[in-house]
Ligand binder design. Structure first.
Ligand code: PLP
Length: 394
């Protein structure tokens, strides 16, 4: 016998993966250039040149046993110290290495925070549209997920809905801004209002409510869009970061959890996050890549193609008659579907070799996600298919 829940996770094929596999099959039949695959959120730009240079230098000059050996569980102190200094500089804060816990990407960071904070029966509020893995991470931490619907016109928070979801059992909320899949960025006004609400509720219930800021897309924000630094606005914020998108290193599995000193019971929270990392068997984040992140944490890949692609898609799809909220960042666009059944719409798109992910999987039906982390040429060549698709419903 096996654990039934784990079996279900292992057996359920993600819709995104299924589309991606389908795209590969179609490419073998009609040619790669004729399949317009917008399914996967894999960065399409190379890491900055410095990443390769640092790897070469480290492997040439360091003691290999130390370089590839275990580090301390929260990460190599010199690496954490460099990253803490960068965070302090960039966000005008006082980040210390003892407050940083390096992780195998944001996914592991989220799992460590959730497992570190939650007791069975606790509730975690998340905001639709959302990264579908949250449901797996939250239930594995023994908590219950409560989904707050978005304000449809701009994907900011619907505060009337949120108020009804916060209860004495609310242990934490997860915010993801810039957002996968909508590309929305929470405004300062939204975050200030959120902070006021949570501060009031925490005082009313007599216990802290933690805000987990899942921010792997922080650096992918378009011209004129502010991505406020959430710990500045709400005291009980834990930052979960990853270099998967900013340095284009998703397969290398590197990120961090930052527990600022201002957080209620910060030392206990940090210790519980570390304990969760131990319980989940992470041991330590990949050793070589910890040093690479430390050396490159002030850099990004050339992210400019994402903004170019966003502009092109928004202007062309709007001209055709698609309805959407223009993204403020990320490499995702989340237009409305002209029919309520987004799965049927995605199937129709497949018939034109256009691979779009139904919004239902992100807890937001009536939309599809276009992952535009692709060469601009693919977007240009796909435009007639987008037009044909919409014409099916006129
Ligand atoms: N959170 C969000 C919103 C994401 O979109 C992703 C990955 O796409 C992750 C977390 C996990 O990222 P990582 O590769 O850092 O584990």
């Amino acid at each position: 016998m096996v654990n039934r829940q784990m079996l279900a996770y292992g057996r359920s094929r993600s819709v995104i993966r299924e589309l991606f596999e389908y795209g590969n099959q179609r490419a073998a039949v009609v040619g790669r250039e004729n399949v317009f695959d917008f399914s996967l959120g894999n960065p399409s730009v190379s890491p900055p040149r410095e990443v390769g240079e640092v790897i070469r230098k480290l492997t040439a000059e360091s003691d290999p046993c130390a370089l590839h050996g275990y580090t301390s569980a929260p990460g190599d102190p010199a690496a954490r110290s460099a990253i803490a200094a960068s965070i302090s500089r960039r966000f005008h804060t006082h980040c210390r290495l003892e407050q940083l816990y390096l992780t195998c990407g944001a996914a592991a960071g989220l799992c460590c925070c959730l497992k570190g904070l939650c007791e069975p029966g606790d509730e975690v509020v998340v905001f639709a549209p959302l990264f579908p893995e949250y449901s797996v991470f939250i239930s594995t931490a023994g908590a219950e997920m409560k989904v707050c619907p978005p304000r449809a016109e701009d994907f900011q928070i619907d505060f009337a809905a949120l108020e009804g979801l916060i209860t004495p059992r609310t242990r934490a909320l997860i915010v993801n801004s810039p957002n996968n899949p909508s590309g929305a960025v929470y405004s300062r006004a939204t975050l200030e209002r959120l902070s006021a609400l949570l501060t009031g509720k925490a005082a009313e219930y007599g216990h802290p409510i933690y805000l987990l800021s899942d921010e792997p897309y922080r650096e992918i924000a378009f011209a004129g869009v502010e991505v406020p630094y959430i710990p500045e606005l709400y005291r009980d914020t834990l930052v979960i970061y990853s270099w998967s998108k900013s340095l284009s290193l998703p397969g290398e599995r590197i990120g961090y959890v930052y527990v600022p000193g201002e957080v209620t019971d910060s030392e206990l929270v940090y210790a519980a996050v570390a304990g969760a990392g131990r319980a989940l068997g992470y041991v330590c984040a990949p050793s070589l890549i910890q040093r690479v992140a430390a050396a490159c944490c002030d850099l990004t890949a050339d992210l400019s193609v994402y903004e170019r692609n966003a502009r092109l898609l928004v202007s062309e799809l709007s001209r055709m008659g698609y309805q959407m909220v223009a993204p403020g960042g990320t490499f995702y666009l989340f237009p409305r579907t002209p029919i309520a059944d987004d799965t049927a719409f995605s199937e129709a798109a497949k018939g034109l070799d256009l691979l779009l992910v139904p919004g239902s999987g992100f807890y937001c039906p009536g939309h599809v996600r276009i992952a535009f982390c692709v060469p601009t040429q693919r977007i240009e060549r796909s435009l007639p298919a987008f037009e044909k698709l919409l014409n099916l419903y006129r």
